[in-house]
Design a binder for this molecule. Structure first.
Ligand code: PMP
Length: 415
């Protein structure tokens, strides 16, 4: 793991926690909630909740269709969120950012609009063993239709991608490479810049699944050097049903639309229809306007704290929780990459992951158990499931102490 950065003295955790109303609730007869399921979905600050609320109270109208004041305000708010997100990930242009319902839709858009039209029998898509199903199944679906195949690059026991093997698998039949920026199960940060350089040398486009990266670290899609970057809003303080696909202009211009309908056309006729330029070519129908207003507020919130402070706090929690877990006999950790985000997967000898998660929940501690939509990774470690603690900057060392005490109690019950 990285050397541990220090949380700045200006980081006022109590003020930050007060911004997240749900963190002060209790569960199961008065147990204070300890929310450690942030990789699944993050909690939302009051500024996001109020932005959505205010949108429906004061502004609600459809975008791009109305000339009345509410329509104009709504359009400005929706397009304003695109501007903020484009700046947030350093996209070269707002027109390269397609607003979607989340990473799943973003990846499917690339699968059906970019990959499928050009895949031929014998072609391949290269991904890795540590991917979320959202970065595996869409490729399998388009491979099945085209006669292409999906290959997966291996990882090592630490949970790191074996980069030399990934590079060796970038053979001429590979038409697209797809990797997670950060693993949702192991927290491993993949060396995306290096991977992008190797892909570029061979003329192979690279898609990065950024769902678990954007909430925790500054992302600069230009510096990464990838071709496509998919992200999800609900893991980064924003409402569910929001997300984006950033792609290089040359790809977006060549790609045919995926969904057809209103708002994505220039002119429709029964002798032929022409399409709006990107990004609107890929945004048929009414989008999740209020959700994106919330996403804009979420970005403002991130910027008000800053990633230096966020990263320092999360790395401190990661190190502390890892050390405390290591002290417990029978704990097996999965994923000890040298560079990690604050995600810890583990099992306790002699106990089922689901039983543990249920018993922890009864004590107020919300963690996730299961395969985490990563069957191939579970197969690699030869386990059906793990328990996953995923931390956010609004969590505390005291909450980790509560979790460890609860785990020790549960361990006693089960042993
Ligand atoms: N990729 C990764 C790495 C994820 O963690 C997730 C969500 N668990 C997804 C893709 C899918 O994101 P969504 O469900 O928001 O589309």
């Amino acid at each position: 793991m990285n050397a541990q950065p220090k949380t700045p003295a200006t980081f006022d955790i109590q003020r930050i926690r007060a911004d997240f109303p749900v963190l002060s609730r209790t569960v199961h007869d008065g147990k204070p909630l300890v929310y450690f399921d942030n990789a699944n979905t993050s909690q939302k600050p009051v500024s996001v909740i109020e932005a959505v609320n205010r949108h429906y109270r004061e502004t609600n109208a459809n975008v791009a269709r109305a000339v009345h004041q509410l329509g104009e305000e709504s359009t400005a708010a929706y397009e304003g969120a695109r501007d903020k997100l484009a700046r947030f990930i350093n996209a070269t242009s707002r027109n390269e950012l397609i607003l979607t319902s989340g990473t799943t839709q973003s990846i499917n858009l690339v699968a059906y609009s970019y990959a499928l039209p050009q895949l031929k029998p014998g072609d391949a898509i290269l991904t890795t063993v540590m991917e979320h199903h959202a970065n595996i199944v869409p490729w399998q679906l388009v491979a099945a239709r085209s006669g292409a195949k999906v290959k997966a690059a291996p990882i090592d026991q630490r949970g790191e991608l074996i980069v030399e093997q990934f590079v060796a698998m970038l053979t001429p039949e590979v038409k697209l490479a797809c990797v997670a920026h950060v693993s949702n199960v192991l927290g491993t940060v993949n060396p995306v810049r290096e991977i992008a350089r190797e892909c570029k040398k061979r003329g192979i486009p690279l898609l990065v699944d950024g769902s678990q990266a954007v909430p925790h670290r500054p992302v600069d899609v230009q510096a990464l050097g990838c071709d496509f970057y998919a992200l999800t809003g609900h893991k980064m303080l924003a409402p569910t049903g929001t997300g984006a696909l950033w792609a290089k202009r040359e790809h977006l211009e060549a790609m045919p639309p995926f969904f057809g309908g209103g708002e994505m056309i220039r002119e429709v006729g029964f002798n032929g229809t022409t399409f709006a330029p990107p990004p609107h070519k890929f945004e048929a129908g009414t989008p999740n306007i209020a959700g994106f207003v919330g996403l804009g507020a979420a970005i403002d919130y991130y910027e008000s704290i800053g990633f230096d402070a966020i990263h320092a706090q999360e790395q401190d929690l990661l190190h502390y929780a890892t050390e405390r877990l290591r002290e417990i006999p029978g704990v097996r950790l999965f994923g000890e990459a040298r560079e990690k985000e604050a995600v810890i997967s583990f099992l306790l000898e002699g106990a089922q992951a689901t039983d543990l998660a249920t018993l922890l929940d009864l004590q107020g501690v919300a963690v996730r158990s299961g395969h985490h939509c990563a069957h191939p990774l579970m197969q690699f470690f030869n386990v059906p499931a793990t328990l996953r603690v995923s931390l956010a900057f609004y969590n505390t060392r005291e909450e980790i102490d509560v979790f460890i005490a609860a785990l020790l109690k549960v361990r006693k019950l089960l042993m």
